[in-house]
Design a binder for this molecule. Structure first.
Ligand code: ATP
Length: 233
């Protein structure tokens, strides 16, 4: 579904990704494991089109997308749930959801809102509440729900468990697994590598802007170096 080939990107003269190649097949959860500053967010943002790239190729469902602007990539089926959720705090839950469907024709988002409410019934109860008043876990569900409003086939999910209590981390990652079972493909960035590898099919290890290991999630979990560096074993 997604193929990233030899991608380079950075900030001014600082190169943050030094030729990264990854693949994501339809129906998979693929996770990127790496320390702070390794380039995980930069890679997700390059795929969604909000980060410029200096070299490399990105193709989605067989089509080159690196010169397509971010909003058009959403229309093709790629949606990002950004790090830190980036909700519109003063707006209600329902208005945040509606904004997730902004690039579709008016009046076509009603069914999608109901679908999101079916997935996350808590959001229906909170639909008139300001997003900024929600708990961290509720905000994360809303950020995911807002992305689903664009009807993506590929979801780019950046640090969904950030700042959440351990019990909520498992709940959020179970939500991600449910999305996969509903047919969504997910590229997941997660500081909590142990939890991410537990639900992922495959993973890549990203270190200072380069992929240093890749494989089935179970293989990565057994890798001695990964265990020492990222799983605290
Ligand atoms: P984290 O888990 O902390 O979000 P990450 O793996 O997502 O880390 P990135 O945020 O992609 O890493 O950062 C990759 C590199 O790019 C780091 O060296 C970082 O300092 C640098 N960087 C990120 N954003 C900017 C920016 N806006 N301006 C300059 N350098 C940046």
């Amino acid at each position: 579904m997604l193929s990233v080939d030899n991608l380079k990107s950075g900030y001014g003269r600082i190169e943050a990704l030094h030729g990264v190649s990854i693949e994501v097949a339809a129906g998979e959860i693929v996770t990127l494991v790496g320390a702070n500053g390794a380039g995980k967010t930069t890679l997700l943002r390059a795929i969604s089109g909000v980060q410029t790239i200096s070299a490399g190729r990105i193709s989605f469902e067989g089509r080159s997308i690196e010169s397509i602007p971010a909003h058009a990539r959403v229309a093709l089926g790629i949606a990002q749930v950004p790090e830190g959720r980036q909700l519109f705090a003063p707006l209600s839950v329902e208005d945040n959801l509606k904004l997730g469907a902004w690039n579709r024709r008016r009046g076509h988002s009603g069914n999608d809102i109901h679908r999101v409410y079916e997935l996350f019934p808590m959001l229906r109860e909170l639909r008139r509440t300001a997003a900024g008043a929600l708990s961290g876990g509720q905000q994360q569900l809303l950020a995911i729900g807002r992305a689903l409003m664009a009807r993506p086939r590929l979801l780019l999910l950046d640090e969904p468990s950030m700042g959440l209590a351990p019990i909520l981390v498992d709940q959020i990652l179970n939500v991600v697994l449910d999305l996969k079972h509903n047919g969504l493909t997910v590229l997941l960035v997660e500081q909590n590598a142990r939890a991410a590898l537990a639900i992922a099919d495959r993973g890549y290890v990203l270190e200072t802007g380069a992929i240093t290991a890749s494989g089935r999630a179970a293989e990565i979990q057994r890798d001695k170096r990964v265990r020492e560096a990222y799983l605290g074993v």
